[in-house]
Design a protein around this ligand. Structure first.
Ligand code: PEP
Length: 255
């Protein structure tokens, strides 16, 4: 039985004051939910604040991206060890906003995945097709290429480490991210099953453990039906993670 995982992606939202109010509400609202894992991925500048408020609670925190380099002349970038220094356990990689708006590629996602693993961060690899790809019936082709770009670069030892760190996939159809238009539970289940089968081709045992979460306009209203699908192991939640009541309800539905 896989534990459900709910990850809030704050994107570029918040300030010291609003973060404190939101995090204090989450700490109180989630304190009795012991049957799932909860994470907030906050802007890097607020990781210190997240750590000081979330330490010793049942909520983990993580980064929304990370650079593949250890250190050096990479203005504006953050290295994996900097995230672990601030107590992060998770990091999102290959988010569609990084791919589309910042021109990140499968290659950068693969390099960052590798660097995150080496630093002991649990990577959450985001995959998903654009609307045009969806309409052209290319969902599985795109998802497979995004998965393979990362999985194919891992040797046996790295794969084992990824599994040991409980790496997760997030299926996020680009047409559903931030649009208010979620995939149906059936659409999500079909792609999640495809992802799990593809992992099983490499490692049948790992496929039973890897969590595959769904992202794309998850709300309290649709979370129950999505989470009820056998291969949907939780959610990656953007907009709704900024509203304490809404996010707590989504987390309750995963508990
Ligand atoms: C996301 O940021 O990964 C996301 C899924 O956003 P939203 O829930 O707002 O669609």
């Amino acid at each position: 039985m896989r534990r459900k995982l709910v990850v809030g992606n704050w994107k570029m939202h918040g300030n010291l004051n609003s973060n404190q109010i939101l995090l204090e509400s989450l700490i109180d609202g989630l304190k009795d939910y012991k049957n799932a894992d909860y994470v907030v991925c906050v802007p890097n500048i607020y990781l210190f604040q997240a750590r000081s408020l979330l330490e010793n609670t049942n909520i983990s925190w993580g980064g929304q991206n990370v650079n593949q380099h250890e250190q050096g002349a990479f203005t504006g970038a953050v290295a994996p060890h900097m995230l672990t220094d601030l107590g992060c356990s998770y990091v999102l990689l290959g988010h569609s906003e990084r791919r589309v708006l910042f021109h990140e590629t499968n290659l950068t996602a693969a390099a960052r995945f590798d660097a995150a693993l080496k630093a002991g961060l649990t990577p959450i690899l985001c995959v998903g097709e654009t609307l045009a790809e969806h309409e052209a019936g290319l969902t599985e082709v795109i998802v497979a290429s995004q998965m393979d770009a990362v999985m194919a670069t891992l040797d046996e030892q790295e794969s084992a480490k990824a599994m040991q760190l409980n790496m997760a996939f997030a299926y996020e159809p680009v047409w559903a991210v931030g649009t208010g238009r979620s995939a149906t539970p059936e659409q999500a289940q079909s792609v999640h099953a495809f992802i799990r089968n593809r992992i099983a081709r490499r490692d049948a045992e790992a496929a039973t453990h890897v969590r595959i979460i769904y992202g794309g306009s998850v709300k309290a209203q649709n979370a129950k039906e999505l989470f009820a699908k056998p291969d949907v192991d939780g959610g990656l939640v953007g907009g709704a993670s900024l509203n304490a009541e809404e996010f707590i309800e989504i987390c309750r539905l995963a508990n």
